[in-house]
Design a protein around this ligand. Structure first.
Ligand SMILES: Cc1cc2nc3c(=O)[nH]c(=O)nc-3n(C[C@H](O)[C@H](O)[C@H](O)COP(=O)(O)O)c2cc1C
Length: 213
């Protein structure tokens, strides 16, 4: 029998920030208070030796999952930030809703919580240098610099005209899941262009191609 893992809706979002040193080698969090264990899950608990093995298989398996590369941005009282993110999926069209997953230690996660808004820029195949910059390759001084080409839609979050699609969102719900914060966004504006979407899978950038029949 598969027991579904519970995700906890946190009302007090002030306690959600995760310090990197709060993550153990096995991936479980040690931060007190915010993560409650489901008693049912104890029956599925792994031996200490098996934990790292499954973690490694999980990472290898997830490496086989190709995803669209997005740049999540936010602008508001907490400042302007952006981060390269593949953890994004559609939730509902009625009303238009999506979810993103951000590492809780990332500055952008703190900023989205305060600003209560974000934009998902679905990057195009021309945007690989931007994906790299906003994944940290540019260094802290230039990482959050937004050039003149950037614009905005309704929430004020930075929007990239060369993106293949943009979803401008109000951050509605916050859910803690391990080291990451899932943020459910109500889409208040959206656009799609003709650009080809950039993907990431098997540790490489690419793009989707239909399988010939
Ligand atoms: C292709 C790609 C996908 C990524 N996806 C995510 C993601 O879904 N969520 C996330 O929090 N970080 C993601 N990251 C990592 C961040 O962009 C960033 O590299 C990481 O937080 C390290 O930031 P730091 O330099 O501030 O430590 C991704 C990075 C790359 C290159």
């Amino acid at each position: 029998m598969i027991i579904p893992q519970k995700i906890y809706l946190i009302q007090d979002i002030s306690a959600l920030r995760l310090k990197s040193d709060a993550i153990t080698a096995g991936g479980a969090t040690t931060q007190g208070g915010t993560m409650t264990q489901d008693p049912d899950l104890h029956r599925l608990e792994l031996s200490p030796a098996k934990g790292p093995e499954v973690r490694q298989s999980f990472i290898s398996g997830m490496g086989k999952v190709a995803s669209a590369v997005t740049l999540v941005t936010t602008h508001g009282t907490a400042g302007r930030f952006g981060q390269t993110v593949t953890a994004m999926m559609s939730v509902s069209a009625d009303p238009p809703t999506l979810v993103i997953g951000l590492f809780r230690g990332a500055p952008v996660a703190d900023a989205v919580r305060t600003n209560r808004c974000f934009a998902v820029n679905v990057l195009s195949t021309e945007n690989i240098p931007i994906a790299q910059d906003f994944a940290g390759a540019a260094g802290p001084d230039t990482r959050y610099k937004f050039g003149e080409e950037w614009s905005s839609m309704r929430t004020g979050s930075p929007v990239l005209p060369s993106a293949s699609a943009v979803f401008d969102c109000h951050a509605e719900q916050f859910l803690v899941a391990g080291s990451h914060l899932l943020i459910i966004g109500r889409v208040v504006d959206a656009k799609a262009t003709d650009a080809t979407t950039l993907t990431y899978g098997s540790r490489a950038y690419g793009s989707h191609a239909p399988v010939p029949r």
